[in-house]
Ligand binder design. Structure first.
Ligand code: AMP
Length: 285
């Protein structure tokens, strides 16, 4: 497995890979969700390249950039064990050379709502780093986790609009046995906070039951029920929303059998730790 720390080395080593390349961009602190993306990439292509880069431009000034976990040696071992061909793990100066004017890339129609409303820096930073990474690695396929569903939708729209020759694939959310979505940020949680974090999956399962078992069709009623379930776990809710799975637009009516399903999305704080999750409801599920 090669390890590239500069843009030039990454380009040179990537060029040695014959056949199709799948790319798994990450911020490291790898867990089972990342490994399932690597495994998905191996099924879809001849080689998998992983990037490990804690991208400063997607963090707001009061967010967790400084304390974000960075267990690089362990991450590299996990990549090697998972059959990764190469890892790109650049220092910040490689990705953002000092003095270079910043490009601004966004997809406002998808990025200004939900996560973008609560984290105004987020999608500008994500779009910028993803465009850089795709241009450096030049993969045939890029693998994205459904856990960050809005991110996948934004990037898929971005690469389609800019005619990038990459196929974006979204793979299922990997969960702990009790349903908590795996996340690099779960290490911040105490035992008591970890228990309260289950409010996210409980709220999403409640939304699914309301639609699929009780035929609830009023999105506001589903959103209210999700919010109550989150608050019952003493979570501070950023959003609890039922949306169109492609446009992420708000809906007047939930008709899973007619629309091909809808998606419930939520973000909430367990004290200082912010977590997100989502679940398809109805036919899409
Ligand atoms: P991150 O390192 O958190 O930026 O995530 C890198 C990639 O892993 C993104 O495509 C995420 O959507 C994906 N990912 C994160 N957590 C999970 C999970 N629990 N299941 C599946 N994919 C995930």
């Amino acid at each position: 497995m090669w390890i590239a720390r500069t843009v030039d080395d990454c380009r040179r080593l990537r060029a040695t890979l014959g056949g199709r390349v799948a790319f798994v961009p990450t911020m490291g602190a790898l867990h089972g969700g990342h490994v399932s993306l690597i495994e998905g990439g191996r099924r879809l292509a001849d080689h998998v390249v992983v990037s490990i880069f804690v991208n400063p431009t997607q963090f707001g000034p009061h967010e967790d950039l400084a304390r974000y976990p960075r267990p690089l040696e362990e991450d590299l071992r996990r990549c090697e064990a998972a059959g990764v061909a190469g890892v790109f793990c650049p220092p910040v100066e490689q990705m953002y050379p000092p003095g270079e004017p910043a490009a601004a890339i966004t997809v406002p129609a998808l990025a200004d709502m939900l996560e973008g409303e609560h984290r105004p820096h987020f999608f500008g930073g994500v779009c910028r780093v993803v465009m850089k990474l795709l241009n450096i690695v030049r993969p045939d396929v890029a693998c994205w986790g459904r856990k960050d569903y809005q991110q996948y939708r934004v990037i898929d729209a971005l690469t389609a609009d800019l005619h990038l020759p990459v196929v974006n694939v979204v793979l299922p959310t990997v969960r702990e046995p009790d349903g908590l979505a795996m996340s690099s940020r779960n290490v911040y949680l105490s035992t008591e906070q970890r228990a309260r974090a289950l409010g996210l999956i409980k709220a999403l399962r409640l939304a699914r039951a309301l639609v699929e078992e009780q035929g609830e069709s009023d999105p506001r009623a589903i959103e209210d029920a999700m919010r109550q379930a989150l608050e019952a776990h003493r979570l501070a809710v950023d959003y609890a929303a039922v949306r169109h799975p492609r446009t992420l637009a708000a809906l007047d009516c939930v008709e899973p059998s007619l629309t091909g399903g809808v998606i419930a999305l939520t973000a909430a704080h367990v004290d200082q730790v912010r977590l997100i999750d989502n679940m398809p409801l109805g036919a899409a599920g």
